[in-house]
Design a protein. Structure first.
Lengths: 404, 195
C-alpha cells in the first residue's frame, strides 16, 4: 500500500493565507516574549492572577488611596512613558510589576519584552515585582543601577547623588562605579557609604493624617533607621528572626504619639546564604567577552551563533563561541534560563573535550547559586569542585556543597 | 547545505529580535510544507487555518529553544506534528473533514467522472478509517504512507524509536486493510493505488 502523492492537498486561498500571516506576525512577538513552558501555562496564569489579586488587595490596604492607578497594555516593542507627580501619589501597573511613586517624583519607564528600565530623575518609588522568567526590572538612579528579578523594594533619589535602596522581599543587585552589591530582604544600601545595612524599625511618629483624621488619607513611607549589618545580624543563621519590616499604614494611629527615642527591636529578614552568594559573585567570569551594554551583547551573540552551532569542524572555535554566548546571555542580557540551556548544549556537544569546561562549570554555579543555594546550585558546585579541586572558586564551591 | 544552514540561523536571530519581516519570511518559507503535512495527517479539515496558525505560533514561542542541532525545517515539522497530535488527542479521533472538491481530486489522476467519484469516496473512507486509529498510529501511518517520509524521519518527528514507528505503521496498515476488506469502495481505491 502506498498512498504517497495520491491524496491531493487542498491549497489555501491567498486571502486565507494573508489572514493567517497577519495573525501570526501579531502573535509572534507575544509568543517570543513568553517562556516556552506551554504545559504549565495555565497554572502560571492562574498563579499570576491570584498573586496580582492578592497584591492589589494588600496594596490597597497598605497604601491608602492612590490618586492615580494606570494599567499599561503589554509591550510588543520598546515603549517609553514619562511619569511626573507633583503633590499626589501614583501607581503604575505594568507587566506584573507595580511602581508606586511618592509626590514630587519624576521618572521615565522604558519597557521591552525582556526589560523594564525605570530611569529616575528624582523622588522615591516603591516597586513590587512579580518574578517573570527572562524579564528584568532595572532602576537607573543617577550613576547607580538597581536590578531586580522578582521582589519588593524602594529607591529614593535626591536627583543629585544620594540614592537609598531598601529591600523588603527578595534580593536586588546594586551597581555603582563598576562595583556590584547584592542587597537582600531586610537590608538597605546607601550611596553615601556604599554599605549594606540592616533595616531596623522604629515606632512611627504621628502622621499629619493622624493629627487630623478628617484630612485625606495619604500613604506614608515606613519609618526606619539604618544600623550596621554586622551588629544587627545574629551570628547563627538558624536563630535569625524571620519577620518583615512593617510598613507604616495610613490608618489613624493610637491617640498618644509614640515617642521616637530608642530602637525597640530589630526585625531582620536576613539571608543566611548572603555571604556565600556574594562570594560566588566575587569570582570573576573567565573568558568574559567585553561588550558595551545589552545591544552590543545581542549583536555579538548573533555573530557567534553561526560559529557555535556550526558543524563539528569548527572545533575549538565553536566551543569557545558557545561558551561566550552563555556568558553574554547571563551577564549583559540577563537571560539566565537561556544561558543554562546553552551550557547544557555545551556539555552535551563538547563534554570534557571543551577547553572552556571549567569556566562553563563555574558559570553554571554562578547562575544557579545567585538565585538560591538549593539542590540545583549544590549540584553545580559539586560538579565544579570535582572538575577543579583547587583554587578560590573551588573553595567557594566546597562551601556551597557543604552548606545546609 | 551549509549556506542554507547559516541562513536559517540568521533568519531565526532576526525573528528573535522581533522583526516582523523576518517572521513573515519564516512563515512564507515553510507554510506550504507545514500545511501539506497537516493536511495529509488530518485530512481536509475545517480547523486547518487555526491549526496552521497555531503551529507557527508554537514555532515562534519555542524558537529560542532551536539549537540548530536539526535543520530548521525538520524542527518546524516536529512542532507541527506535535500540534497535530495535540489536536487529535483533544478533539477525539473523529475529525470533521471536508469532502474534496472535483478540482482537488482531478489532481489525483486521470479518468472520467467515475474515477473522480471513486477517488473522492476512497479518500473520505480512508480518513474515516484513520479516525478509528490511535493518534500515535495515525501520525506514523500518515507521515510514512501518505506524506512519504522515511521511517527514520517519522521516528524523529514523533520522538519515538524506528522500531516502534515501524510497528505502528504496520498495525495501522493491517487495520486499514481489515476495514477495506469490508468496504469495496475503499478496497478498490487502495487497489488502484497499489496498481
Amino acid at each position: 500500500m502506498t498512498l504517497k502523492h495520491r491524496i491531493p492537498v487542498e491549497p489555501l486561498e491567498e486571502e486565507r493565507l494573508a489572514n493567517i500571516e497577519r495573525r501570526i506576525v501579531l502573535g509572534a512577538a507575544e509568543r517570543l516574549a513568553a517562556p516556552d513552558r506551554a504545559p504549565r501555562r495555565l497554572f502560571g496564569f492562574a498563579g499570576a492572577a491570584l498573586a496580582a489579586a492578592a497584591a492589589m488587595v494588600v496594596g490597597w490596604h497598605l497604601r491608602g488611596e492612590p490618586t492615580q492607578v494606570a494599567a499599561l497594555p503589554p509591550a510588543e516593542t520598546a515603549q517609553t512613558f514619562a511619569i511626573h507627580t507633583s503633590s499626589e501619589h501614583s501607581t503604575v501597573e505594568l507587566d506584573g510589576a507595580s511602581i508606586a511613586t511618592d509626590p514630587a517624583s519624576a521618572l521615565e519607564v522604558t519597557r521591552s519584552a525582556e526589560r523594564v528600565v525605570v530611569h529616575m530623575t528624582r523622588g522615591r518609588i516603591e516597586l513590587a515585582v512579580a518574578h517573570r522568567e527572562g524579564r528584568a526590572i532595572v532602576v537607573d538612579a543617577g550613576d547607580t543601577e538597581i536590578e531586580d528579578v522578582g521582589t519588593k523594594f524602594s529607591v529614593e533619589y535626591d536627583g543629585a547623588s544620594k540614592v537609598d535602596v531598601r529591600v523588603t522581599e527578595g534580593e536586588v543587585k546594586v551597581t555603582r562605579g563598576g562595583k556590584h552589591d547584592l542587597v537582600a530582604a531586610g537590608f538597605a544600601w546607601s550611596s553615601t557609604d556604599g554599605a549594606i545595612v540592616a533595616i531596623v524599625e522604629v515606632p512611627a511618629s504621628p502622621t499629619p493624617a493622624a493629627a487630623n483624621p478628617g484630612a485625606p488619607t495619604v500613604a506614608t513611607a515606613p519609618t526606619v533607621t539604618l544600623h550596621d549589618r554586622a551588629a544587627a545580624v545574629p551570628p547563627p543563621p538558624a536563630a535569625v528572626a524571620i519577620a518583615r519590616p512593617r510598613v507604616a499604614r495610613a490608618d489613624p494611629p493610637p491617640p498618644a504619639p509614640a515617642p521616637v527615642h530608642t530602637v525597640e527591636h530589630a526585625q531582620v529578614q536576613a539571608d543566611p546564604y548572603l555571604e556565600l552568594k556574594q562570594a560566588v559573585r566575587r569570582q570573576p567570569i573567565e573568558l568574559d567577552p567585553k561588550v558595551d551594554g545589552p545591544g552590543d551583547a545581542a549583536a555579538e551573540v548573533a555573530k557567534l551563533k553561526p560559529i557555535a552551532y556550526a558543524p563539528q569542524k569548527y572545533g575549538e572555535e565553536a566551543s569557545r563561541a558557545l561558551y561566550e554566548i552563555a556568558v553574554l546571555l547571563h551577564k549583559p542580557l540577563h537571560q539566565d534560563v537561556e544561558a543554562l540551556r546553552t551550557l547544557d548544549f555545551y556539555r552535551s556537544r563538547f563534554g570534557s573535550r571543551g577547553k572552556e569546561l571549567a569556566a562553563a562549570l563555574w558559570l553554571r554555579v554562578r547562575i544557579t547559586c545567585s538565585h538560591a543555594i538549593d539542590d540545583e546550585c549544590r549540584e553545580a558546585a559539586y560538579s565544579y569542585q570535582r572538575a577543579v579541586p583547587t583554587g578560590s572558586a573551588a573553595d567557594v564551591a566546597i562551601r556551597i556543597t557543604n552548606a545546609q | 547545505m551549509a549556506t542554507a544552514y547559516v541562513e536559517d540561523v540568521l533568519l531565526v536571530d532576526r525573528c528573535l529580535t522581533g522583526e516582523p519581516a523576518a517572521t513573515r519570511e519564516l512563515f512564507r518559507k515553510h507554510r506550504a510544507r507545514v500545511h501539506a503535512c497537516l493536511f495529509r495527517v488530518l485530512g481536509g479539515n475545517r480547523d486547518m487555518d487555526d491549526l496552521l496558525q497555531e503551529a507557527f505560533l508554537q514555532v515562534f514561542q519555542s524558537l529560542r529553544g532551536w539549537r540548530a542541532e536539526a535543520s530548521l525545517a525538520t524542527w518546524i515539522d516536529r512542532v507541527a506534528v506535535r500540534c497535530a497530535y495535540r489536536y487529535l488527542t483533544q478533539r477525539g479521533r473523529r475529525i470533521a473533514t471536508d469532502p474534496l472538491t472535483d478540482e482537488e481530486v482531478i489532481a489525483g489522476g486521470e479518468g472520467g467522472g467515475a474515477h473522480r467519484q471513486l477517488a473522492r469516496d476512497g479518500v473520505k473512507r480512508l480518513y474515516a478509517a484513520l479516525d478509528e486509529l490511535a493518534p500515535a498510529a495515525r501520525l506514523a501511518f500518515t507521515l510514512h504512507e501518505i506524506d512519504g517520509r522515511s521511517l527514520a524521519e517519522v521516528a524523529e518527528l514523533v520522538g519515538s524509536s524506528v522500531t516502534a514507528t515501524k510497528l505502528r505503521v504496520w498495525r495501522a496498515r493491517k487495520r486499514i486493510e481489515q476495514v477495506a476488506a469490508e468496504d469495496p469502495v475503499l478496497s478498490e481505491f487502495l487497489a488502484k493505488e497499489a496498481a
